[in-house]
Every structure is written in structure tokens, then in C-alpha cells.
Design a binder for this molecule. Structure first.
Ligand SMILES: NC(=O)c1ccc[n+]([C@@H]2O[C@H](COP(=O)([O-])OP(=O)(O)OC[C@H]3O[C@@H](n4cnc5c(N)ncnc54)[C@H](OP(=O)(O)O)[C@@H]3O)[C@@H](O)[C@H]2O)c1
Length: 324
């Protein structure tokens, strides 16, 4: 009888110990998770508090990045331009005074761009080249970076972006950070990262991105995302400023934009680019037409009024023209 009582007491003690053990283990994990979350949020808040919004210099047509480097605020986008068309477009842009070229592994034109830059004889230090590595390359980032350096063949990359969020993106970015140390890449950035993605990404990396490149045009304005990014001291750059191929005519013939362009005796394209600049968004319109390329650089001789800015802001339709 005494022995049975002893077994029962022992069983109760063992059950309680295991129960409490599991409770504290789970609770501890929760607290740790909570703490991690607070640390991450604090880091982001600290960045926000700095209110380090990069100001555009309209005299030099540049902006100083959080990496310390200076980047032009208007450039040439090269999506869908390949071979001779790409070479000629870049050469023409450089002749027109454009000093910022945007490319990507995915565009398949880094070699042509590198050649046009080398052939231009313009000092390398005066040209700013952005390229991107694609999610399919994120598992082997070192190979991806070496490939971009080899194809461009211009000594170093001014800015390397992750083209989209994807598996192993943190891993790829950490490899990019090593290249910043070695000087082969100067600044880092992201493309197609929005508020939630940034909140998750930023606390996991050492170098705060200098640039975020996202879809921005009058029909898709990202009015909540832009200030969020800028308040972190990160410069925003817009892709598809004219809505992208297949959408440009609708946007360039928009009644409001045409009316504003008549007020200033400029083109609709120039109004859209200027609207971006006045919102603190860097522009990289794509074009293979030398006249358009020239026109797209001529955006510093007029200023949109607050009222005109408001009228264009009112055109927002939250209408994304591509999936990413
Ligand atoms: N990060 C990303 O995921 C991502 C995605 C898409 C694009 N991008 C980048 O953003 C850049 C811009 O986008 P995009 O080139 O696809 O589209 P876009 O700049 O919105 O539009 C390009 C189109 O506009 C026309 N155009 C250019 N200047 C013009 C002007 N002054 N007047 C009338 N039409 C004009 C071009 O035709 P002409 O050739 O005849 O001038 C071309 O058909 C790309 O080149 C690429 O570098 C990035």
C-alpha cells in the first residue's frame, strides 16, 4: 500500500515537471521571438527617425546616396534593348549627357552596354551603371556577380540590385556586401521590394540598401511606399515611367498631362519625368530613339506648380502594368 502511494506521488511529480518544462520552453521561445521583433522594429524606427531623406541637387542633376556615392537623377533604361539597338541607344544617351545606365542580367545586354561605355571614352568615374542579379542566380551569388563584372567589363559596378525578392535573397545580398568591401561593387540596392518586404529584409543585412527601384508612373504611384522608403534614407527610382511598352500612348495622351505639357511648352514625356523628379523619384526612361533620349534629358528648364503636381497625383489608379 505504502509502495503504491509512493509510485502515485512519483508519477504526479514527473508529470508536473514535464508539463512545466514544456510550458517554460514554449513561453521562452515566444518571449525570444517577441524580443527579436522589438529589436527589428527598433532598428527600422531608428532609421526612420534619422529622417535622412536624400535631397536631389537640380544643379548637378545628382543625388548623394547613403553609401556616400553620388548618382545622377535621370538615366537610360535598357529593358528590351539588345545587340546594336542597345549599343546605339547607350552611345546616343552618353552623347546627350546621360550618365546613368540601368541594366540587368535578365535583359541580356550587359556586354553591349559595357562596350558602348568603353568606346565612349568618357572617364569611367563619370558614368554610373546599375545592374541586377535575378532570383534564379541567388543560390550562386558569387558566380552571378563575377558574370556581371565580366560581361560589363568596366572595372566595377556602381550599383548592384537584387531584381526581385526570392529564395536565398539574404544570402545573395550578403555576398554582395563582401564585394562592397573589396570595392568591386560600390552601392547595393533592391528592386520590387515594398513595405512588408523591406521590414522583413532590412534587419537581416549589414549594409542598408542605397536604392529601391519599383514600378512608378501616374497610373501606379505608390504614394504610401515612396515616403516609407525615402524616410529610411534610401533613394527611390521608378521603372516604367511612361507605363511601359504597350501603355505609353494612353499615358502620354492623358488629357491632364497634355494640358500641363502645353502650359510649359514641353512634351508629355517631359512632364511625367519632371513630376517624378519633384517627388524625389529618380527616372530611367527606356528608349532607342535618339530624339526621345535627348528629350528625356531636357527636364530641368521648367518646374511643375503645386497645383499641377496635385492634378497628376489625382490620376493614380493603382494600376500595375507588370506582375512584379
Ligand atoms: N526592376 C525592374 O523590375 C524593372 C522592370 C521594368 C523596367 N525596368 C527598368 O525601367 C526602365 C524603363 O522602363 P521601360 O523602358 O520598360 O518602359 P518606359 O520607360 O515606361 O517606356 C518605354 C517606351 O517609351 C517610349 N518613349 C521613351 N521616351 C519617349 C518620349 N520622349 N516620347 C515618346 N515615347 C517615348 C519608348 O519608345 P522609343 O524607343 O521609340 O523612344 C518605349 O516604347 C527599363 O528600361 C528598365 O531599365 C526595371
Amino acid at each position: 500500500m505504502k509502495k503504491n502511494k509512493l509510485y502515485i506521488i512519483l508519477a504526479i511529480v514527473v508529470t508536473c515537471t514535464i508539463g512545466f518544462g514544456i510550458y517554460f520552453l514554449l513561453n521562452g521561445k515566444e518571449t525570444k521571438k517577441e524580443n527579436e521583433k522589438i529589436v527589428n522594429e527598433n532598428e527600422i524606427n531608428e532609421l526612420k527617425q534619422e529622417k535622412n531623406i536624400a535631397k536631389f541637387n537640380f544643379e548637378t542633376k545628382t543625388v548623394k546616396l547613403n553609401s556616400g556615392y553620388v548618382m545622377p537623377i535621370n538615366g537610360l533604361g535598357t529593358y528590351s534593348l539588345t545587340g546594336n539597338t542597345c549599343y546605339n541607344a547607350v552611345s546616343s544617351a552618353l552623347k546627350s549627357g546621360v550618365r546613368l545606365i540601368d541594366t540587368a542580367y535578365m535583359y541580356g545586354n550587359e556586354e553591349e552596354i559595357g562596350k558602348a561605355i568603353r568606346d565612349s571614352k568618357i572617364p569611367r568615374s563619370e558614368i554610373f551603371v546599375i545592374t541586377k542579379i535575378y532570383p534564379s542566380q541567388f543560390d550562386k551569388p558569387k558566380e552571378a556577380i563575377e558574370l556581371a563584372l565580366k560581361k560589363l567589363d568596366i572595372g566595377y559596378i556602381d550599383m548592384l540590385l537584387l531584381h526581385h525578392p526570392g529564395e536565398n535573397d539574404i544570402n545573395a545580398y550578403k555576398e554582395m556586401e563582401k564585394y562592397v568591401e573589396s570595392g568591386k561593387i560600390r552601392s547595393l540596392g533592391l528592386s520590387n521590394w515594398y513595405v512588408e518586404e523591406l521590414e522583413e529584409f532590412l534587419p537581416q543585412v549589414n549594409i542598408i540598401p542605397a536604392l529601391v527601384q519599383n514600378e512608378i508612373h501616374p497610373y501606379y504611384q505608390e504614394n504610401d511606399v515612396i515616403p516609407f522608403i525615402q524616410n529610411l534614407g534610401i533613394v527611390v527610382q521608378g521603372w516604367y515611367p511612361f507605363g511601359g511598352r504597350g501603355h505609353t500612348s494612353e499615358l502620354l495622351n492623358n488629357e491632364t498631362i497634355v494640358k500641363i505639357s502645353n502650359n510649359h511648352n514641353v512634351s508629355s514625356a517631359q512632364v511625367i519625368l519632371r513630376w517624378n523628379l519633384q517627388k524625389g523619384v529618380v527616372v530611367i526612361p527606356g528608349s532607342s530613339n535618339p530624339d526621345h533620349i535627348k528629350e528625356n534629358t531636357d527636364i530641368y528648364g521648367f518646374e511643375l506648380t503645386d497645383e499641377e503636381m496635385k492634378q497628376i497625383n489625382a490620376l493614380d489608379r493603382n494600376e500595375k502594368h507588370d506582375w512584379y
